[in-house]
Design a protein around this ligand. Structure first.
Ligand code: NIG
Ligand code: FE
Length: 437
């Protein structure tokens, strides 16, 4: 009896002639201490996309799909293809910039000093409260477009420059509006507990209550935020306050993140572990005790070396020790007007190698599948497995190790996000990138 062959599906998009196809083995979980085999590299590969999902990712000349008259073909010209990058920590919705504070830091003033003198986050809060939703949408669109030009196909975006219920809702609504019009996957996070706003300075308790009892239930009920984040550090929230806020999120089953141990040893990592956070972010001052707690609880360390660099801090997070203790590491930009105005996750990967001794395999994993896991989307993006979202990049390099090695260059030739090829819409070209076109 003749074998019945299943009819091959016609692909919508095919990326052909790939020299090095980095699949991350199609896994859907974070990877600790990745080595080359974990990248699941296929030499001379191809990828097919159907209905915005990966239909095939493997060696060339597969008979699992066909090419029809409407199939779009991209010739990778023997270059590297990777999953789209995941920027798992950004504060990309804000008004105004703070280059004057940057200048002050160059003259030796610290981030904490500037904040104590009335600068820092609260300045951006003042400007952001004054800005209209339209204006903030415009800023966010522009920032997301920048992320995508550097290869990020997923971005977590935090609120945190509103700092009262109404203004935090405004920011999360802006994020939602923009998320609905882009192929970039957006994950919204409530950071109502960024700092205590000045009007609550003598009533901290009231502000913690406002976040825990008003903002969190409100955002949850209205589906405006997926994650809840808290900045636990000197000048922001105490461990006890952080615990209370995270508990309110936990009670509603909202996944949690924590800005931990950025400015000093504060047992943020231990709190993240205790509260079952998906990630603890920054971790410059995380102790061995904190690392062990994170490893045990499966907390991802999201490291943000762009902000460490921009703040002029001497101490970068100890990525090597975190990895050695069994903690999965993600890398993100932390894009924000105070501590990192860099939208380029490839440069952050280079900093991961140059300042934190991470290997090329570790930085690539940190910017793909581990970032996806840090935003709860490892089943959808961050690796190239059949059925996953078609988020991938054609990069102008021959070997993935060039990513951290040839730092500062934009290797992105094509960005495929949510199954579609991202082009520069005319509005962006005209309005934002006139000088670059
Ligand atoms: O992640 N650490 C707290 N938040 C930001 C800084 C925000 C700002 O300075 O506006 C960060 O570095
Ligand atoms: Fe941050």
């Amino acid at each position: 009896m003749a074998e019945q062959r299943q009819e091959a599906v016609t692909a919508d998009l095919v990326i052909r002639n790939i020299g090095e196809l980095v699949t991350m083995r199609g896994v859907d979980h974070p990877v600790v201490a990745p080595v080359e085999k974990d990248l699941g590299i296929i030499r001379r590969g191809e990828v097919a996309v159907k209905d915005r999902k990966i239909l095939y990712a493997g060696p060339r000349d597969s008979d699992t799909f066909t090419v029809g008259p409407k199939t779009m073909i991209i010739d990778a010209e023997g270059k590297v293809v990777t999953p789209g990058f995941v920027d798992s920590h950004t504060h990309a919705v804000f008004a105004g910039t703070r280059e004057d504070e940057f200048m002050m830091r160059l003259q030796g003033r610290s981030y904490e000093e500037i904040q104590a003198a009335g600068g820092g986050i609260v300045r951006t809060v003042r400007a952001t409260r004054m800005a209209s939703e339209e204006k903030l949408q415009d800023v966010l669109r522009r920032n997301i477009f920048k992320f995508s030009r550097y290869g990020s196909t997923t971005a977590e975006i935090k609120s945190g420059y509103g700092l009262n219920t109404e203004e935090e809702i405004k920011l999360l609504r802006v994020i939602k509006e923009v998320a609905l019009e882009t192929d970039i996957l957006i994950v919204p996070t409530l950071l109502g507990a960024h700092v205590v706003p000045p009007e609550f300075a003598s009533r901290r308790r009231k502000y913690v209550d406002l976040v825990a009892k008003d903002m969190i239930p409100m955002m949850h009920e209205n589906h405006l935020a997926v994650f809840v984040d808290v900045f636990v550090d000197a000048g922001a929230f105490t461990l006890e306050e952080g615990r209370e806020i995270l508990r309110a999120a936990q009670e509603l089953d909202m996944p949690r993140k924590l800005h931990a141990d950025q400015l000093g040893e504060g047992q943020g990592a231990e709190l993240a572990a205790e509260m079952g956070c998906v990630s603890a972010d920054h971790c410059e001052y995380t102790t061995e005790h904190g690392m062990k707690a994170m490893a045990k609880a499966g907390v991802i360390a999201t490291l943000l070396p762009g902000s460490t660099l921009c703040m002029g801090q001497k101490r970068f997070a100890n990525a090597r020790a975190l990895i050695d203790h069994g903690v999965p590491v993600a890398l993100a930009t932390d894009y924000n007007p105070g501590t990192c105005m860099c939208p380029n996750l490839m440069l952050i990967m280079a900093l991961g190698s140059l300042h934190m001794q991470m290997t090329p395999e570790e930085v690539l994993t940190a910017a793909t599948i581990n970032g996806a896991a840090a935003v709860g989307r490892a089943g959808e993006t961050g690796s190239l497995g059949v059925g996953r979202d078609a988020d991938l990049l054609v990069l102008d390099i021959d070997d993935y190790r060039e990513l951290p090695y040839r730092f500062g260059e934009n290797f992105v030739r094509y960005v495929v996000a949510g199954g579609g090829v991202i082009k520069a819409p005319k509005v962006f070209k005209k309005k934002y990138f006139k000088d670059e076109e």
